[in-house]
Design a binder for this molecule. Structure first.
Ligand SMILES: [Zn+2]
Length: 287
């Protein structure tokens, strides 16, 4: 059933597990995530970015996903990931998204609070949940992950600022920066669990880990035990999907049946989503 992000994450926070949030771009990827969630009987979040909306079209995504979600027996939220413009976030809310992220983390704390509050006001009036980010989740291919980790502590989420931010902005979940990054890590990421514990002790609401692809499963489990309730995965899914396409092309470089190509890619991605759901501890949590 189509469910708000808040409802899914509040239960996860109360029972100390995480919900997998999976980035999707096309029909096969959407089916892979929903099929994996149903096989594992797990609540799940499907999320799309601004570039995905440009690629696939807003209504193509929202109509398809909300329709499948309504027919599914597992709780499914449709989330707009890293929204940066008021207009597109409002369009997502109008087209049936049950959760949105306003990412104003590049601005000062005051500006971030101001921009986030504007979204919270509208979203909450429509029953839509809001995620925001404090501290900067960097890019795995950026300089941070080549350099001494301690140099970039300034990008980490500050626990006291997080408390102020959550109280003033009235958000439902908070994306944190604790050594995680988007994309393919070039060295094994080292999460700052102490920082995570300090943040959770002060804010209490569900915390979100962006850039989970490439983080060791044991580190993910530890992060979840210490307060992460939403685990965002994108890169590992793209990898699995494109591995499936490559496998078919390597067997027959002339293959032109898109159902064989897309079908194998979907199978490969479904398996990865199931593994992530296991790590999140959300198996059977839809029951
Ligand atoms: Zn992210």
């Amino acid at each position: 059933m189509l469910t708000s992000g808040k409802e899914i994450l509040t239960k996860a926070n109360r029972q100390n597990y995480a919900v997998g949030a999976f980035n999707v771009n096309n029909m096969e990827q959407i089916q892979a995530v929903i099929s994996a969630a149903e096989q594992k009987m797990a609540p799940v979040i499907l999320q799309v970015t601004e570039s995905t909306i440009k690629y696939a079209g807003l209504f193509c995504l929202s109509d398809f996903i909300t329709n499948l979600a309504e027919k599914s027996f597992v709780p499914i939220a449709l989330h707009f990931d890293h929204g940066t413009t008021y207009d597109l976030i409002i369009q997502c809310i109008r087209s049936g998204f049950t959760s949105v992220m306003i990412d104003a983390s590049m601005f000062s704390l005051d500006e971030n609070i101001k921009k986030t509050k504007e979204i919270v006001k509208v979203a909450h009036a429509c029953g839509v949940s809001v995620e925001a980010e404090l501290g900067r989740v960097s890019e795995a291919e950026g300089p941070y992950f080549n350099e001494n980790e301690s140099e970039d502590d300034a990008m980490f989420t500050d626990p006291t600022e997080a408390e102020t931010f959550v109280n003033e902005a009235g958000i439902d979940s908070l994306g944190v920066s604790i050594g995680n990054a988007h994309g393919k890590y070039r060295k094994v990421p080292c999460l700052n669990f102490e920082r995570l514990r300090e943040i959770k002790a002060l804010v209490k609401i569900p915390l979100v880990l962006h850039g989970a692809s490439g983080i060791a499963p044991d580190d993910l489990r530890l992060a979840i035990r210490n307060g992460i309730n939403k685990v965002n995965t994108d890169t590992d899914l793209k990898q699995a999907f494109s591995d499936g396409l490559r496998e078919i092309f390597l067997a027959n470089s002339e293959e032109c049946d898109v159902r064989k190509l897309g079908g194998r890619a979907r199978e490969k991605m479904t398996e990865v989503v199931k593994e992530k759901i296991n790590i999140c501890g959300s198996t059977k949590m839809a029951l």
